[in-house]
Design a binder for this molecule. Sequence first.
Ligand SMILES: C[S@@+](CC[C@H](N)C(=O)[O-])C[C@H]1O[C@@H](n2cnc3c(N)ncnc32)[C@H](O)[C@@H]1O
Length: 279
Amino acid sequence: MQKLILLLRETDFTELLHVSHCSVSAAHLEKSANKCCQLESILYYFITLIFIPNMSSYTTAIQLVVATTAVHLLLKRRRQVSIAEAKKRAESSKALSKLGAFFRGRKTKKETDRMKKKHLKNRDPSYMAPYNPSVNDVIDTALDMLNINNSHTLWDLGCGDGRMVVEACVRYGCMGCGVEYDKSLCESSIERAKKNGVEHSVSILHENIMNVDFSSARRMYLFLLPDGLKQLTNRLKQVLLNTDARIVTYAFSILALKPIEIRDHKGTKLYLYTAESIV
Ligand SMILES: C[S@@+](CC[C@H](N)C(=O)[O-])C[C@H]1O[C@@H](n2cnc3c(N)ncnc32)[C@H](O)[C@@H]1O
């Protein structure tokens, strides 16, 4: 009996400590403590029921009931104190984090969320992907799928630092045309072309893809988000009608077209489209 009461006491205490550390909502704390109280009362009732018939004297039985009730009341009180403390702790930790953010010159989570929302609302509607350069293995695979020769011009819509077009020009002696609306990335592309001695074969257009006429292209590479690809779908279909045209997209596919070949690079796919992709 003693052991059981001790065990109960310990279990409740651990749970309360855990709950207060997690700083869950006050309503939740109260609910869980009340549930514990109810369970505990039921348990005590059953213990008394089991033990009383075996008692040698009524005095011992009464002693037992008094003892269990006392323990129950004690635990209940302790729980109430812990709940009040947990509430206080949660409030002071919230206030502390606000103060910390203020002194560090940082925004609170609420402010950051508000800014993100505002940014998304005011985002350039022509935004098609963030800057995320293709790695060397992907460039190798894409160039292989594109089957380029020196009569071609490789277009990269959203060319980033120009690595794809420059590499194509170096390897195949072809021409390259990159479109990029980030000025500093355009400058990096030109720098890269110069470094590799292909500056005369590479053109970098500092433009929004939506304003560029690429209808005559026969080799294209696109690493853009699904929404960007969707906006370009009709124009890409027109490109695929050009003789022997090939388009490779990385990471995301063009939903309205059927890929002719799919290759995998560490779980991310490259999709090849030709005239046969138009269904
Ligand atoms: C995922 S990166 C790919 C860079 C490069 N193609 C590569 O594979 O290394 C996408 C690029 O598209 C550019 N971009 C996104 N939307 C654009 C738009 N509407 N016009 C021009 N460039 C855009 C971004 O600035 C970014 O550099």
